[in-house]
Design a protein around this ligand. Structure first.
Ligand SMILES: [Zn+2]
Length: 267
């Protein structure tokens, strides 16, 4: 089972290192002292009784979480390089500063969001929550272009919403297919949406098994998302003048779960 329990989730090698998903330069944008942040994981199944929902409140985590899922060479080489490339573009977004994001900056930001999304799926240490395929992680590791992924960003200043990390996944299979099952007998999720907030940056990444699901997903029924979110992967804008319009708490919540709500509504 390619869940990364035994080898690096990207290259398959051992041994694994105690990788900090978030480095020190990020933790200063997330309060670790007084606030408790919510981490939610939802797997939506066609039979509502099969749904899995887990959420927890933790101070600062997964900012300080050690997730032992990648090897030293991955962590210290390409992942570190990718992070260094994104960092100068991310910091102004965390701070809500005025910046001009060219295509190259958008691509660096998107890469970092995808890397965080892939790694953080393992925070729950529950294989039944993992929706991103080994093929996609291998492609990302080999720096090959990912198909069926989209990433959006928006500026956000939280008021009451305490969501820090929301991961939703859903199994989507053609009705004639027999879906692979998880160890607890449920269809294995193969599409996911991840939302996370760092400082004033709201990041949202989705991927799914079929091109039409991802490419035709136009935030149906969530009209405000079309106006407020800026797609950075695949890049569509030549430049983005930041900050764009700020999300409200209601937007932040709605956008995080919109795709799963839409898919589960299809019955
Ligand atoms: Zn590795």
């Amino acid at each position: 089972m390619a869940t990364g329990q035994h080898g690096c989730i990207f290259c398959g090698n051992k041994p694994l290192t105690k990788e900090h998903i978030w480095c020190q330069w990020i933790t200063e944008y997330v309060s670790r002292t007084t606030n408790k942040y919510a981490f939610g994981h939802v797997v939506a199944h066609k039979k509502p009784e099969d749904n899995i929902e887990r959420s927890s409140l933790r101070a600062g985590d997964p900012i300080g979480a050690n997730v032992r899922v990648v090897c030293g060479p991955c962590n210290n080489e390409w992942m570190s390089q990718l992070q260094e490339k994104a960092k100068p573009h991310l910091i102004p977004l965390f701070k809500g500063e005025t910046v001009w994001l060219k295509k190259s900056a958008q691509a660096a930001i998107a890469d970092w969001i995808i890397m965080a999304t892939m790694t953080a799926e393992y925070i729950q240490r529950d294989p039944s929550m993992i929706a991103i395929s080994q093929t996609d992680r291998n492609k990302f590791f080999e720096r090959k272009p990912l198909a069926n992924w989209k990433v959006w960003i928006a500026p956000f200043q939280r008021k009451h919403w305490i969501g820090q990390w929301v991961h939703t996944s859903v199994p989507i299979y053609p009705s004639e297919d027999v879906p692979p099952l998880t160890s607890d007998g449920r269809p294995r999720p193969n599409a996911q949406n991840t939302t996370f907030v760092i400082g004033q940056l709201y990041a949202h990444a989705m991927n799914g098994p079929y091109p039409n699901i991802v490419h035709d997903w136009e935030w149906r029924g969530t009209e405000r998302a079309r106006h407020l979110l800026r797609q950075v992967f695949p890049t569509v804008y030549r430049d983005i003048a930041w900050p764009t319009s700020y999300l409200t708490d209601a937007d932040a919540i709605t956008f995080a779960t919109a795709f799963n709500d839409y898919v589960s509504g299809l019955g």
